[in-house]
Write a protein that binds this ligand. Structure first.
Ligand code: AMP
Ligand code: GLY
Length: 382
């Protein structure tokens, strides 16, 4: 069969690479893809957020499965549009994708289903939000309700920081509609980990725990990014903790979504804070993490395609997956200036000098093929 991968970043390169290895797959198509993905897949110039275009492409190519990388098209309803067209899709419906698309929805869901998370309040006006940050003495985390491409979370320790975050987002609308509602929650301390599960709406299989590093600079300092690197497995999630996450987070979330009438099919990503053996959920995402996906797929010791197909059909076989021994680590090379403003179009040299193969892979994130060669085309590049 043909498989369509939606997206064009490092995560989608890893997915296209892994999917292309499956004996079940005759061709991988990726839209829009990038210069690295083009080595494993046929790239088609349809934007990841062009829902109509993606549905038309999937139909025209008669693909057997669509795997959606990023969250935006999921929140926009790409999965149900594909299902309506009779196309098998791995990824949640818009209603289920609200777990990532609305933090207020997600927090309310966690509270109703007994999933531990930071205590929060929701605000739509500056006055009540300012009163709440005053009450907390400024120590809190302020989050835009909607999708803000990694820019929607402010960890505040001082009153003036918290006040100015409220003014910027709610007062001046710096994040647009995504920031028309704010969540203010307890600032949690501890070590973070990401635990992902592949779900079919009813059942799930857990992936190895991952840890990503979001601060831009060496030494875990600097502004928050989408992720500068990740490794798998994350020893902070030991066997006991993994069991706790399975029972108290993933299992409750999958059962809760089913009970609420929005069964979750796709990757459920729990961003966790761990302190003294206790686990709280910082956020849910509804897709593979980027860059967590890259070391996860380097470590997966079996064909991913049957797992994705079973999940898409709602017939996931519940069993432990096979993992390679050892560990995998991903380091992200970014454009100077990222996560702020940066230049594009710089020639990348030395790509073919990397060894490749089973142990080293160069996944492309923001790259483009030009006549001169491969050039940078994004903040996260390789
Ligand atoms: P999120 O998009 O919710 O994962 O937030 C991005 C990052 O902000 C997380 O990876 C954490 O480092 C931090 N963060 C989010 N919520 C909290 C919290 N309640 N306490 C402390 N740090 C947080
Ligand atoms: N690396 C974090 C994320 O994908 O949300």
């Amino acid at each position: 069969m043909k498989v369509l991968v939606v997206g064009g970043g490092g995560r989608e390169h890893a997915l296209a690479w892994k999917i292309a290895q499956s004996p079940r797959v005759e061709e991988v198509i990726c839209a829009p893809g990038n210069a690295g993905i083009a080595r494993h897949a046929r790239c088609e110039p349809v934007g990841a957020e062009d829902v109509d275009g993606q549905v038309a492409l999937a139909k025209k190519e008669n693909v057997g499965l669509v795997v959606v990388g990023p969250e935006v098209p999921l929140v926009q309803g790409l999965a149900e549009r594909l299902k309506e067209a009779g196309i098998s899709v791995f990824g949640p419906s818009a209603a289920a994708a609200r777990l990532e698309g609305s933090k207020a929805f997600s927090k309310d869901f966690m509270e109703r289903h007994g999933i531990a998370t930071a205590k929060h309040t929701v605000h739509e006006d500056v006055k009540s939000a300012l009163a709440e940050v005053e009450r907390r003495g400024g120590r809190c985390v302020i989050k835009a309700d909607g999708l803000a491409a990694g820019k929607g979370v402010m960890v505040c320790r001082k009153l003036d920081e918290a006040r100015s975050a409220v003014q910027r987002i709610l007062g001046q609308g710096s994040l647009g509609a995504a920031g028309s509602r704010l969540i203010i929650e307890d600032l949690l301390e501890g070590e973070e980990a990401s635990v992902l599960a592949i779900c079919d709406g009813h059942r799930f299989v857990m992936l190895e725990p991952a840890q990503d590093h979001k601060a831009a600079f060496e030494g875990d300092v600097g502004p928050n990014t989408g992720g500068m690197g990740a490794y798998v497995p994350a020893p902070v999630v030991d066997g006991r903790l993994a069991k706790k996450v399975r029972e108290e987070v993933i299992s409750r979330a999958v059962a809760g979504m089913e009970k609420d009438g929005h069964p979750f099919c796709g990757v459920l990503y729990a961003g966790l804070m761990i302190e003294d053996g206790a686990v709280k959920v910082l956020e849910f995402n509804v897709r593979f993490g980027d860059p967590e996906c890259q070391p996860l797929l380097m470590m997966l010791g079996e064909d991913i395609v049957p797992i994705l197909e079973q999940a898409a059909r709602g017939e996931l076989e519940q069993r432990p997956l096979a993992w390679r021994d050892g560990a995998a680590m991903c380091v992200v090379l970014v454009s100077e200036g990222y996560p702020g403003a940066y230049e594009k179009g710089k020639l990348i040299r030395g790509l073919d000098a990397a060894p490749g193969g089973a142990d080293v892979m160069v996944f492309h994130a923001g790259t483009k093929q030009t006549e001169e060669g491969v050039v940078t085309a994004g903040g996260r590049v390789l």
